[in-house]
Design a protein around this ligand. Structure first.
Ligand code: TYD
Ligand code: MG
Length: 466
């Protein structure tokens, strides 16, 4: 077959070059040239120019049926998808290598296949035997899904176009797929993009859902999956620490559902188990009566999640103090420490600060400010926080504690898990919040929180004091 011509396009300025180069001649940017097909790939065949036709314009109102969905039966996955897979949609599942993407998708594919749907699982990474071995380990060997080990995209697309009534096609992974009309190697930006385009086009025309697996390193170093985030309908990230059992499936984009939903799983010897009550899991290893720990009543999407925030301060009289943060924003920590120092008189200057969100969860809500502050003040005073209390509230630059969304949901979850008290922002209106059984300790300013702790040793927070 004749090889289609390719060209290299700078992703920064759009300049076109016939040859690859490390630096764009036009704008001078490095590593921005990406191979693209000039014409005719398998499905990209250019139609002959035809006369333009008018497109139909319609009104905004009209009967928009909710899309029919194929629920996988794995509730934590369906929640993040917005209720199940939408026919004709493309989903990108990103995550670090080894985190459990193939395991999750094999479980979902098998569940759909057992439910009588047609599912194709195309593995480009593992041989058939390896996939079968995993299926046996997961107890899914009898599921009637159709399996293939292939990387040639032209063959795969031809197979998909011939397969009737398919519900789901899993491509594991998009970085291994290869289109013979491009010179670049599998996994390069050009290949990833061209292959995804073909698969998504096939999904839309044949009305099946396609799930693309993409490996991403922490800093997004492998550019592949990032460049196709805008091509797909939903982007899910599978996160977690390989040293931990917990895995979090997070929706970052979803054209057919809410984003910011999370699904929580635990990796076990027999695959991924759903975790219906994540708060209990995140608090399971909490030990009362240690300083530097506070429970944050957080919200992930529509779902309240309680997590333990841990802070450790250690004196560092010389040199520049370390600030190490896991699971939270380090800029936010710097801001909070500045507020504690400037507005509340706490001295943290010459101390190393370590902050950790226990269990491997990543918290992005500003509502965590108050809990982080409580953990820091508790660590600085060497006094434990009240073990029966949860904290939430956003802290402003003058030290004021601000309202956050969905206080009721957070309080309800805290009560469900046996907490008796909550520290929260002062409500703006008169009426007190109703929280059956929960004692509310309102915090108007961060110094109200600091005042709850006594600093016996004035030097505890600032060990540099002579
Ligand atoms: P995998 O799904 O292959 O990860 P990915 O596709 O994201 O690269 O999962 C790999 C890890 O999961 C591997 O280190 C072994 C572990 N694992 C279990 O602990 N239990 C299981 O039942 C399975 C199938 C895998
Ligand atoms: Mg895999």
């Amino acid at each position: 077959m004749a090889r289609a011509a390719t060209r290299y396009v700078c992703q920064a300025c759009g300049a076109v070059s016939p040859k690859w180069a490390g630096k764009c001649e036009t704008c001078g940017a490095w590593n921005t040239l990406v191979e693209e097909q000039v014409e005719a790939g398998p499905g990209l065949a250019k139609a002959k120019p035809v006369a333009a036709r008018k497109i139909a314009l319609v009104s905004l109102a009209g009967s928009a049926e909710p899309p029919p969905r194929a629920a996988t039966g794995i509730a934590e996955l369906d929640r993040v998808l917005g209720g199940g897979l939408v026919p004709g949609s493309a989903v990108l599942l990103g995550g670090d290598p080894g985190i459990g993407k193939s395991t999750l998708l094999l479980q979902a594919a098998a569940a759909l296949a057992r439910g009588g749907r047609r599912v194709l699982y195309i593995s480009g990474e593992e041989a058939i035997e390896q996939v079968r071995l995993r299926a046996r380990r997961l107890g899914l060997a009898d599921a009637p899904l159709e399996l293939a080990a292939a990387i040639n995209l032209r063959d795969i697309v031809a197979t998909l176009e011939a397969a009737a009534d398919t519900t789901l096609v899993v491509i594991d992974s998009i970085q291994t797929m290869w289109l013979d009309s491009l010179d670049s190697a599998p996994g390069s930006v050009g290949q990833v993009r061209a292959c995804s385009f073909e698969l998504i086009r096939a999904a839309k025309t044949r009305n099946f859902s396609v799930v693309l697996v993409g490996h991403v390193t922490k800093d997004g170093a492998i550019a592949g999956p990032r460049v196709l985030e805008h091509m797909v309908d939903a982007v899910l990230y599978f996160e977690g620490d390989r040293g931990h059992q917990f895995r979090i499936l997070r929706g970052v984009k979803n054209r057919f559902g809410a984003t910011d939903e999370i699904g929580v799983f635990a990796m076990t010897g027999r695959g991924l188990d759903e975790v219906a009550n994540p708060s209990a899991l995140f608090l399971a290893e909490r030990r009362g009566n240690v300083s530097g720990s506070a429970v944050f009543a957080g919200l992930e999407g529509s779902r309240p999640v309680l997590v333990e925030i841990q802070a450790l301060l250690s004196p560092n009289p010389g040199g520049s103090p370390r600030r190490s943060v896991i699971g939270w924003d380090s800029g936010r920590l710097a801001m909070l420490m500045a507020v504690l120092e400037t507005r509340c008189g706490l001295r943290l200057g010459a101390t190393d600060v370590y902050l950790n969100v226990a269990g491997g969860l990543r918290v992005s809500e500003p509502a965590a400010d108050l809990a982080v502050a409580a953990a820091l003040v508790s660590a600085a005073s060497d006094q434990p926080t009240d073990p029966g209390m949860v904290y939430f509230g956003e802290v402003g630059l003058s030290g004021e504690v601000r309202q956050v969304a969905q206080a009721d949901l957070r309080l309800k979850e805290a009560q469900k898990l046996g907490f008796a008290r909550a520290s929260l922002p002062r409500p703006p209106a008169r009426g007190r919040r109703s929280a059956e059984g929960l004692e509310l300790a309102e915090v108007g300013h961060l110094s109200d929180l600091v005042a709850r702790f006594t600093f016996h040793d004035r030097g505890a927070a600032g060990a540099a004091e002579p």
